[in-house]
Design a binder for this molecule. Sequence first.
Ligand SMILES: CC(C)(COP(=O)(O)OP(=O)(O)OC[C@H]1O[C@@H](n2cnc3c(N)ncnc32)[C@H](O)[C@@H]1OP(=O)(O)O)[C@@H](O)C(=O)NCCC(=O)NCCS
Length: 232
Amino acid sequence: MTTLRLVPASPLAAPAPGVQAWRCSLAGDAAQVPSLVALLAPEERARAERYGRPDLRLRYIVGRATLRTILGTCLDLAPEEVAIVRGRRGRPELAPRHATDLDFNVSHTRATAIFAVTYGRRIGVDIEHSERRLNVDGVARKFMTPREQATLRALGDDARRRRLLLLWTCKEAMSKATGDALAAPFRELDVATDEPFALVAGPAPYVPAHWRLHGIDVGDGFLATAALWTGP
Ligand SMILES: CC(C)(COP(=O)(O)OP(=O)(O)OC[C@H]1O[C@@H](n2cnc3c(N)ncnc32)[C@H](O)[C@@H]1OP(=O)(O)O)[C@@H](O)C(=O)NCCC(=O)NCCS
């Protein structure tokens, strides 16, 4: 059994039964790089080399080493034995040879990452800085349903910005569970963000009966959501 000793991941409260989540600082310690790089697959080392900025390279190395360590712990394998392949639209997934129903997803915002794992269904996660500034009206017009836009209009400026970010994490988490990513029909995914969060309407495969949305408590300064998909 591997441990999380080498990597700076700390467990978060389970967002839902059967879901494990971790938070990790990607800031890293340059002195640890050789031992972390040793955990990566050759194509990951090659990708790390392609980062022009040392801070971005370090974040990627810490993130991938942490992901491999978490997955290795779940699978009872060494981190470097975990085979990660690219699924739909590049979605990272475990290689079929692991013969497991474990699914995972990763999200990062600047130097903070979250990782989540579940079994028997697909998961997507998204994290945002809660103070992130964005063009609220422009994003709402482009990505929110008419009902969501009406809900947003009723809020004061800062509440509107925060609600928009929350809706965004819900939609992006769903898009990452399917692998659709940017190709997801964001403007047709109708999300209620009164607790409990829920998808209330959407085109297949975003059928409400197959989806659950759960907030992830990452701590002050962050908003994060896990989307669980039991379809198709
Ligand atoms: C690929 C995408 C998921 C990246 O999103 P992002 O916000 O830049 O980044 P995140 O940190 O949340 O996720 C990136 C991680 O998702 C994973 N990922 C990559 N492609 C993926 C896919 N098709 N499906 C699921 N996960 C994917 C990877 O682990 C990646 O990390 P890595 O590059 O270190 O391996 C894409 O959906 C995107 O760029 N979304 C933002 C678009 C937007 O404007 N959304 C509006 C919603 S209202």
